[in-house]
Design a protein around this ligand. Structure first.
Ligand SMILES: Cc1cc2nc3c(=O)[nH]c(=O)nc-3n(C[C@H](O)[C@H](O)[C@H](O)COP(=O)(O)OP(=O)(O)OC[C@H]3O[C@@H](n4cnc5c(N)ncnc54)[C@H](O)[C@@H]3O)c2cc1C
Length: 457
């Protein structure tokens, strides 16, 4: 039996940050990982998808800027893109992560962790006990919807779609959320003929309507065939290995690979949750301090990141980790900016970057809200991004409190602009104060002059 102060289950971004911060606070930490230190994010999700998307976006940007455009005479090199992707994911080897763990004196256990009652975790035949806390950071895997035949034909999930060694000729993507859109665009840029099937009538229904519309247009420009409002009713695979996805209404789409990107399932099926009275297979409910909401375990059991289902984003998992460690150290902290309010970016071309509430959500929440729209493309800084780039922007304002409660940007590289809005929203900066935050010239940040003009005395 090995005793530790804290046991963290899962070494994805949430678990790593949690283990690191707990160790930096002087605690004796055990970190248990059954696959790779770095988690889904580092090897099969955030990092490889961005590595696949970036080259085509860079090329598009260069081609928009005369002078640079003339220097680009070739096309994208798919083999080199896949090679760079492999570098980014370290060829699925987590050796580069280990010094970070060792430097903090964290004890790493390799294997499947299972809870075994209060403060006890089993890893193989080892029993670990935690004097202070057990933190579940087990993450999530791709969900397979109950479309007849789909599970049996072993479709691609994000795992294969981020690590494939060759470009499929034809790819069908089921699901038009962030993952489906990013991977559809990435493989289309590498030469695949991509069809994206989405049951809802729009892309990104939770975001401002213009975001989904711009993205749908861009998908078309990138050669992706969109089937919106289309319900998949059956999936089959032929003896030759090709896939057929049948849609309600009679259409059938043939492809060489079929990617399922319709949501996530928490990794809680084989975690021993029943030993502490929780339901295996379900997301783990937590309070705002990240403590599991079963009174008997509220003082020692935490769940952070995807596994608690509050918002499935890496930055949210890291935020949860910080909140959990503060509470483990008896410094009370609560998470208030996760769920639907968290900053979020879809790294397509154009990027969609949003934080806080959309206008619709604000009104639904009973907030006296109004929106201010502006065109990023009309700023002097946009001249250098090149002609024809998407460039919409909206802020949502609580008129009663005179603060910003939401913001959405579309366009190349707007991900990097999002944090300014996040700071203003989280800091609840009065708009009459914000007007004095002058943006540098010539940048696209000058869009803030237009957005905030109504509050300039
Ligand atoms: C294709 C794709 C692209 C994405 N892109 C982005 C993006 O750009 N930005 C963003 O913010 N989010 C993105 N996400 C979401 C992001 O990947 C997740 O929100 C993030 O990985 C969650 O982190 P986590 O630490 O909670 O879980 P994970 O990263 O899933 O890590 C959990 C770890 O726990 C381990 N584990 C599970 N069960 C056990 C057990 N019983 N014992 C031991 N170890 C266990 C797993 O092996 C895994 O290593 C993307 C997701 C996908 C699918």
């Amino acid at each position: 039996m090995a005793e530790h102060d804290v046991i963290v289950i899962g070494a994805g971004p949430a678990g790593e940050v949690c283990a690191g911060r707990a160790a930096e606070n002087g605690l004796d930490v055990a970190l248990v990982e059954r696959e790779l230190v770095g988690g889904e994010c580092a090897y099969w999700a955030c990092m490889p998808s961005k590595a696949l998307l970036r080259p085509a976006q860079l090329l598009a940007e260069v081609k928009r800027v005369p002078g640079a455009k003339q220097a680009v005479t070739g096309a994208l090199d798919p083999a080199a893109v896949l090679g760079r992707r492999d570098e980014v994911i370290h060829d699925l080897d987590d050796g580069a992560q280990l010094p970070w763990v060792e430097d903090r004196d964290i004890t790493l256990y390799r294997g499947q962790a299972r809870l075994d009652g209060e403060r006890r975790v089993r890893v193989g035949d080892q029993l670990l006990t935690a004097s202070r806390a057990v933190v579940i950071a087990a993450g999530s895997g791709a969900a397979i919807p109950p479309v007849p035949g789909l599970r049996e034909i072993a479709p691609w999930t994000n795992r294969q779609a981020t690590t494939a060694k060759a470009v499929p000729q034809r790819l069908t993507v089921l699901g038009g959320g962030a993952v489906g859109c990013e991977l559809a665009q990435a493989w289309a840029s590498l030469g695949a003929k991509v069809t994206l099937v989405e049951a809802l009538p729009t892309l990104l229904p939770g975001e401002e309507p213009f975001a989904g519309e711009e993205l749908a247009d861009a998908m078309g420009d990138a050669g992706v065939t969109l089937k919106l409002g289309a319900k998949a009713i059956e999936a089959r695979r032929s003896d030759q290995g090709t896939f057929t996805l049948s849609l309600e209404g009679g259409e059938a789409i043939a492809s060489d690979e079929l990617l399922v990107a319709v949501g996530r399932t928490p990794h809680t099926g084989d975690l021993g949750l029943e030993s502490v009275g929780l339901k295996p297979g379900a997301t783990i409910d937590v309070d705002d301090r990240m403590r599991v909401t079963v009174p008997a375990h509220a003082d020692w059991l935490y769940a952070i990141g995807d596994v608690n289902g509050r918002a499935l984003l890496t930055q949210v998992g890291k935020y949860h980790a910080m909140v959990a460690v503060a509470n483990i150290m008896n410094r009370e902290a609560t998470a208030q900016w996760d769920r639907g309010l968290a900053p979020r970016v879809i790294f397509t071309e154009p990027q969609i970057a949003a934080v806080g509430r959309t206008l619709r959500k604000a009104l639904d929440d009973g907030i006296p809200a109004r929106a201010v729209d502006a065109d990023l493309g009309r700023t002097p800084g946009a001249s250098f991004i090149g002609k024809g780039a998407a460039a919409a922007c909206r802020i949502v304002v609580d008129e009663r409190r005179e603060v910003m409660i939401g913001a959405t940007f579309t366009g190349p590289e707007v991900a990097e602009s999002l944090h300014a809005a996040t700071i203003a929203i989280v800091g609840e900066v009065r708009l009459r104060h914000l007007v004095h935050a002058m943006p540098a010239f010539p940048t696209r940040s000058e869009v803030w002059l237009r957005l905030l003009d109504p509050w300039m005395p």
